[in-house]
Design a binder for this molecule. Structure first.
Ligand SMILES: [Fe+2]
Length: 258
């Protein structure tokens, strides 16, 4: 079974690398906004909580849209008034492209190691039930100022040579085909990291907005100490293998919930 159908509209700009980095958003967002939101516990990779701004039917929950009756793809999300009211600038940032949104939420991530990030790396099931229209991709807009933390992207989770690390200062923006690219965040800070994550439907609105914000995919990747990186890689892959053996399949792949 495959969720990929050739009829989807896919943005050519993501074809080569599966992601683009945009210029930093210089809109100032006060911490009070993300601190005032209601968070829910939701199973995800790593030590995380989420605060939804838009959900399948407007409730404060983070379930994938296909879990509901009627089920739907990760599009046509319903804004949650009580959350938008306390975080208007964050909601406005998600609405700026004018593209159809699915899930919109804030992630709270506790500090972790590079090995943890590699262990947590996963693919998103963005296009389940998405039978027509645009391929759903995700936008990540960092809220906290985490210039020493990195989004870790890999084309092949087992191949470090396919990795790109993207620094996450406040306002950092990355558009990722997160059903194609393995992703997670290595958060080196002392405090939790907060980030706005928005599911968008690919289309002319999103494409126009991306081109207005200086997209690049040739990111300069900061060097890692090779010995340390190799140690963390081995540790992470051993933990990944043990998890796969435990479940009998790799639960971080996009098809794992099928
Ligand atoms: Fe993800």
């Amino acid at each position: 079974m495959s969720h990929r159908r050739m009829s989807h509209y896919r943005m050519p700009i993501l074809e080569k690398k599966g992601f683009v980095v945009l210029s930093r958003d210089n809109v100032v967002i006060e911490p009070e906004e993300w601190r005032s939101l209601e968070y829910v516990d939701w199973k995800s990779s790593g030590d995380t909580r989420f605060a939804p701004l838009a959900s399948a039917y407007g409730d404060i929950e983070c379930n994938a849209f296909w879990h509901f009756d009627p089920p739907k793809p990760d599009k046509d999300g319903i804004w949650i008034d009580s959350q938008v009211d306390v975080a208007p600038t964050i909601a406005a940032a998600a609405k700026v492209p004018g593209a159809n949104v699915g899930r919109v939420r804030i992630i709270e991530l506790q500090p972790n190691s590079y090995a943890d990030a590699l262990y947590n790396s996963h693919l998103d099931d963005n296009n389940r039930l998405n039978d027509e229209g645009g391929w759903v991709v995700r936008s990540f807009r960092n809220l906290t100022d985490d210039g020493e933390s990195y989004m870790v992207l890999r084309e092949d989770v087992k191949d470090p040579s396919t990795e790109t690390r993207i620094a996450l200062p406040a306002g950092a923006r990355v558009i990722v085909d997160s059903e194609r690219m393995w992703h997670s965040v290595w958060h080196t800070g002392d405090e939790p990291r907060y980030c706005l994550i928005t599911s968008y439907e690919s289309g002319p609105e999103l494409e126009k907005w991306i081109f207005e914000n200086d997209p690049i995919d040739d990111v300069e990747v900061p060097e890692l100490d090779p010995t340390c990186a190799a140690e963390q890689e081995a540790q992470a892959q051993a933990r990944r293998d043990a998890r796969t053996a435990h479940y009998g399949y790799d639960p971080t792949t996009v098809m794992s919930e099928a």
